[in-house]
Write a protein that binds this ligand. Structure first.
Ligand SMILES: Nc1ncnc2c1ncn2[C@@H]1O[C@H](COP(=O)(O)OP(=O)(O)OP(=O)(O)O)[C@@H](O)[C@H]1O
Ligand SMILES: Cc1ncsc1CCO
Length: 618
């Protein structure tokens, strides 16, 4: 048997070039920099040797690479009894996978090379470009049409380009705008992997790697498209059949669109890897068709590619919204599937009242901030409510795992950034959550939302309550914020404003006593969460399930999230009006139990009779 050094040298063209075997991988422990540099030099020599013994096929035409469905292999994720090569062949066989990256962690180089060569034979059969993850020497031992993908922990990307030369495909993973800029301008990579969009979960259910979320990915994609640039990019990290559509959609801004998605377990983990690949390919094709149809400019245009065609064209005016809320409330109150479970991570100030008001609103509360059970819980919940009122390190960790898990399982997420503008700590906490979790509805008072929108000068906040003073342009603020954060936005106060980024609904319901008790806003987050869960349940009951875009921002397709949120808002504020006029209510103290009773009783008739809403922008 050849030694590893000799076998690599032979493959490299018969020239016996010494190689430092310990540095086969391009990953570099910082402790052995000089060793690493020496290794790079030797690898460079390999790169410079003629490849006469390599396969004769022509080099890859980089401009023709289609990044739509980019498969990263993972032998450890194969279902029991499934052979790696069989699975690879099957998923490529129908033409739905467009790029393959061979990823082998902790595999000896001999074996890695063997796997890579056999994989290349399969990729060649279907004419699919192939790359090697991380391992320069394995890459250089293969024909020039095989590319290399590296991470930020691997060798510097500029060094990789120098060693590989211009002809091989080179890609790098980036998680921020600066890394994207270096990759694009200094290293002249051919594409970037943008992510992780969602955190990867370990067995303990703890987020291992910090996710950049849709908003982080959106900034990177925008940078890659700035000033007419067009570097291809794929989204990576937590992408699968459930998350792909809304992530592609959520990352797209002003026509800045990613080129595809990179997946591992969504294909590798399936026995029917060909079907899995087709599902993903269909999603990307639909997304691109929607993008083309809308010339990349309209969010709704992209989203509508996924929406079912409306059976009856309806003008959504005030009376439509009132009857839609009344119907949803009736459905929610009488749902045969039982009350939706609302996982609430909230302040200890408002925890009990929020739980009781959830029950009164025909929902089942679970006040858990434990990270270890968040992944399991996310399978059972109807919605997740994140409230930073008395945030601690433990509850923040719970929020990150719960948020990621809810995103994976298409469960609506409400964020209540309590006191969000009051301190730098709270501002950072809110931004961290918004970056890591795709929030379905962002709810706050004037000070909280103004802070997130970067308009704190308009409303000052000293604590968790709104400061005095009104926003100059509440309609513009909520609409712009919804578009920016890709979520519904609910601004609470004397008047409430609810929007999906297109329609803005103003509600004049509610009673000043709500502002005189603590935690009414927190409880409103829970009733709105329950309303979103009810909207998803209604959609499920009407069809087989929720579309992939079910928990994104716009009211389209099967799930009308705007109606869901409005239902939670009107139930709470109308109940407060009914409570405040009761004979037994003499002030804030007696108001709380009356509010609980009235929320339990609020009906479809009350909505139709008492709702004071207006469409202030559409
Ligand atoms: N003066 C008022 N008149 C009518 N309704 C009000 C008034 N003030 C608040 N509300 C209602 O109270 C609910 C909570 O809104 P608010 O803006 O007070 O939340 P918040 O500041 O987050 O509260 P908290 O931090 O105490 O939970 C909303 O439904 C809102 O409509
Ligand atoms: C009073 C208070 N302090 C932190 S959270 C909270 C409840 C109102 O949001």
């Amino acid at each position: 048997m050849l030694t590893r050094a000799r076998s690599l040298a032979c493959i490299a063209g018969g020239v016996d070039v010494p190689i430092f075997l310990q540095s086969i991988s391009s990953k570099h422990p910082s402790s052995c920099r000089s060793h690493r540099r020496a290794s790079f030099q030797h690898i460079s020599q390999i790169a410079a040797t003629p490849s006469s013994t390599m396969s004769e096929s022509p080099p890859l035409d980089k401009s023709k690479v289609d990044y739509s469905v980019y498969l990263v292999t993972g032998r450890d994720l194969l279902p029991a009894g499934v052979d790696y090569y069989t699975s690879l062949d099957l998923c490529l066989s129908q033409g739905h996978v467009t790029v393959v990256q061979i990823r082998e962690k902790n595999t000896e180089t001999d074996l890695f090379l063997d796997i890579a060569r056999k994989s290349l034979a399969i990729c060649d059969r279907y004419n699919v470009p192939m790359l090697i993850n991380d391992n320069l020497s394995v890459c250089l031992s293969l024909p020039e049409r095989v590319g290399l993908h590296i991470g930020q922990e691997d060798i510097p990307v500029t060094e990789a380009r120098r060693i590989l030369g211009e002809r091989r495909l080179l890609g790098v993973s980036v998680k921020n705008v600066e890394q994207a800029r270096v990759a694009m301008e200094e290293a002249k990579v051919d594409y970037v992997g943008v992510g992780p969009c969602y955190g990867t979960l370990s067995k303990a259910g703890i987020t291992e790697e910090k996710a950049i979320g849709c908003s982080g990915a959106q900034k990177i994609v925008a940078e890659l498209r700035k000033d007419g640039k067009r570097l291809p990019c794929v989204l990576i990290g937590g992408l699968n059949q459930k998350t792909a559509a809304r992530t592609l959609f959520g990352v797209t801004s002003a026509g800045n669109a990613p080129d595809g998605i990179a997946v591992i377990s969504a294909i590798v983990g399936r026995t029917d890897s060909d079907v899995a690949a087709k599902e993903l390919s269909d999603i990307v094709k639909k997304y691109k068709a929607g993008l083309a149809a809308s010339a990349g400019s309209s969010i709704a245009g992209v989203a509508s590619a996924f929406a079912l065609p409306p059976s009856v064209s309806t003008t959504k005016d005030v009376s439509w919204y009132k009857s839609a809320v009344a119907s949803l409330l009736t459905f929610h109150r009488s749902s045969t599937s039982g009350p939706p479970l609302i996982q609430t991570i909230t302040s200890h100030v408002s925890s009990t009242m929020s739980a009781n008001l959830a029950l009164a609103f025909s929902s089942s509360p679970i006040m858990s901030h434990e990270a270890a059970e968040a992944a399991d819980l996310s399978l059972a919940i109807g919605a997740l409510v994140l409230n930073i009122g008395t945030i601690s390190p433990a509850s923040l960790q719970g929020m990150h795992v719960a948020g990621t898990s809810a995103n994976r399982n298409l469960k609506p997420v409400v964020l209540d950034p309590v006191g969000g503008g009051a301190t730098q700590f709270r501002r950072d906490t809110v931004r961290g959550i918004l970056n890591a979790t795709q929030v379905t509805l962002l709810k706050g008072n004037a000070a909280e939302l103004a802070s997130i929108a970067g308009k704190s000068d308009e409303v000052k906040s000293r604590g968790v309550d709104s400061g005095a003073g009104a926003l100059k342009d509440p309609v513009g603020l909520v609409r712009d914020l919804a578009r920016k954060e890709r979520s519904l936005v609910l601004l609470s106060g004397k008047k409430d404003y609810l929007t999906d980024g297109e329609t803005v609904i103003m509600s004049d319901n509610g009673h000043p006593l709500l502002g005189a008790i603590t935690g009414s806003g927190c409880a409103l987050g829970v009733t709105v969460g329950a309303g979103l869960a009810a909207a998803c349940n209604l959609a499920k009951s009407q069809s087989d399930g929720v579309t992939s875009l079910g928990n994104t921002l716009v009211a389209h397709g099967e799930v009308d999230l705007l109606v869901g949120a409005l239902t939670g808002l009107l139930a709470m504020t109308i109940a407060s009006e009914k409570a405040a006029v009761r004979d037994d209510v003499r002030g804030p103290g007696t108001f709380i139990p009356a509010l609980q009773d009235e929320l339990a009783a609020v009906s479809a008739e009350d909505i139709l009779k008492m709702a004071k809403i207006d469409i202030v922008s559409s």
